[in-house]
Write a protein that binds this ligand. Structure first.
Ligand code: HEM
Length: 413
């Protein structure tokens, strides 16, 4: 039972939030409604309907086409691709074998204390300085936590979050012989090599000597090579670290802008807080688009008719639109409502709708991300006099297809 008693929030209609600062902060454009499926003039299919999105993500005749997956086709085919790009039986096997690192029980038992310790450390630095860039603090937090899950804990030098940030920041330029392209290519190679030598290689060596309960130890037991382990670490960097960093940023922005939300995060019970964080993630999905390519003809329902998407087609799933469908999430879908009453459906739709994906590639790190955000946000929000000194700038990352909040300066007395 929640000990949170603010009447404004406990009313199902959430009157306060629907009148004040509870709108979306990060959408790049206004998505059309009533356009569940369409094909553009380049032959790309666009999905904005919940049912259609679920059918695509659960289909066994699609493969990953986001996160620059198709650049991976250029890798030698004797290499094990990272989990995000595996499909079928091999993918299921990897998910089954790594599931133990991500269960709610493991997340609570194994990672809660370390999440609290990381938060304390980061907040201690912040208090000493009096002001800091939250986007840097949230990156340190997200990298620290995901690094434990993956097993990147034996770095030769401090500063892993900066190294990961550098290579994930590079824009996906096509290969070419222009000066700018060669420079960017060499810089990426250098950043990757540095990450490998300083972070990945020592982690591998330590686990070859003494395996632990983490992803790298599991990959070594599955005979992955060093290069394959490195690619998996980069995948976790993009999938687990960057995403959680942005989510913490957007959640802090809403909480510091709206005192009601600030109070909710401090005083409500865990169930209410998690429901609020899920609702926030629904409204501000960190991964704005998912992509798939059909490997066979795919037939989707469209009202009373059927649409066939031919084999080999590219599909973009628009997460902002899917998460904002009134017929799924109820009234005022583009507003933040901590007490949102979703439209009743069987089976129930997740509170965050598609922000963690769906089907076989659904995010395994969902519990970790929410628990970690909750702990970190609460630790900062409880500081006396915590305030925004400079609101963040919002730009968009082309690899994750999501927003990036930068130069978010917060201060404390
Ligand atoms: C708020 C934070 C997060 C968000 C919004 C998020 C979102 C997503 C989404 C949408 C996918 C599905 C991609 C697709 O189907 O194409 C995904 C996959 C994945 N996520 Fe997360 N994620 C978050 C945090 C994490 C964390 C903390 C970890 C690990 C420590 C993690 C690890 C992964 C992995 C390994 C995959 C690939 C799974 C597979 O392909 O089977 N994520 N994530």
């Amino acid at each position: 039972m929640s000990n949170y008693t603010n009447k404004n929030i406990s009313s199902p209609a959430c009157p306060i939030y629907h009148q004040h600062l509870s709108e979306q902060f990060t959408a790049e454009l206004v998505e059309p409604v009533d356009c569940p499926i369409e094909k553009d003039s380049f032959g790309v299919w666009h999905i904005r309907g919940y049912e259609q999105a679920q059918a695509v993500l659960r289909s066994d005749c699609v493969r990953q086409a986001g996160f620059q997956a198709e650049m991976l086709d250029k890798l030698p085919n004797y290499m094990n691709p990272p989990i995000l790009f595996l499909e079928g039986e091999l993918h299921q096997k990897q998910r089954r074998q790594t599931a133990k690192f991500f269960t709610p029980r493991t997340t609570d038992r194994q990672y809660r204390q370390l999440m609290q310790d990381f938060s304390e450390e980061i907040v201690a630095d912040f208090k000493r300085a009096g002001r800091a860039d939250l986007s840097q603090m949230s990156m340190d937090m997200a990298v620290g936590v995901a690094a434990q899950v993956v097993g990147l804990t034996d770095s030769r030098r401090k500063g892993m979050s900066g190294r990961i940030d550098r290579f994930l920041q590079q824009s996906p330029t096509d290969f070419g012989w222009g000066f700018r392209q060669i420079k960017s290519f060499l810089r990426t190679q250098f950043d990757l090599l540095r990450f490998y030598l300083l972070d990945v290689q020592p982690a591998i060596k330590a686990r070859q000597a003494a395996p632990k309960e983490d992803v790298i130890s599991h990959l070594l037991a599955s005979h992955y090579t060093n290069v394959e382990i490195m690619t998996e670490c980069i995948t976790y960097g993009a999938a687990g670290m960057v995403t959680t960093r942005e989510f913490i940023g957007v959640a802090m922005w809403h909480c510091l802008k709206n005192p009601e939300l600030h109070q909710l995060m401090l005083n409500a019970d865990q169930k209410t807080r998690y429901a609020f964080l899920h609702e926030l993630l629904r409204l501000e999905p960190v991964v704005g688009s998912l992509y798939r390519r059909t490997t066979d003809d795919l037939i989707l329902d469209h009202g009373t008719s059927k649409v066939t998407i031919a084999a080999g087609s590219l599909i973009e799933l628009h997460i902002y639109a899917i998460n904002g469908q009134e017929s799924v999430v109820g009234q005022k879908p583009l507003q933040l409502c901590p007490n949102r009453e979703m439209v009743e459906r069987r089976p129930k739709v997740a509170e965050y709708v598609m922000s963690f994906g769906d089907g076989p590639h659904r995010c395994p790190g969902a519990y970790i991300a929410i628990q970690e955000s909750d702990i970190f946000l609460r630790r900062i929000l409880k500081l006396e006099g915590i305030r925004i000194e400079q609101s963040p700038t919002v730009t968009y990352n082309q690899t994750v297809k999501g927003y990036e909040l930068r130069n978010f300066i917060i201060a404390v007395d």
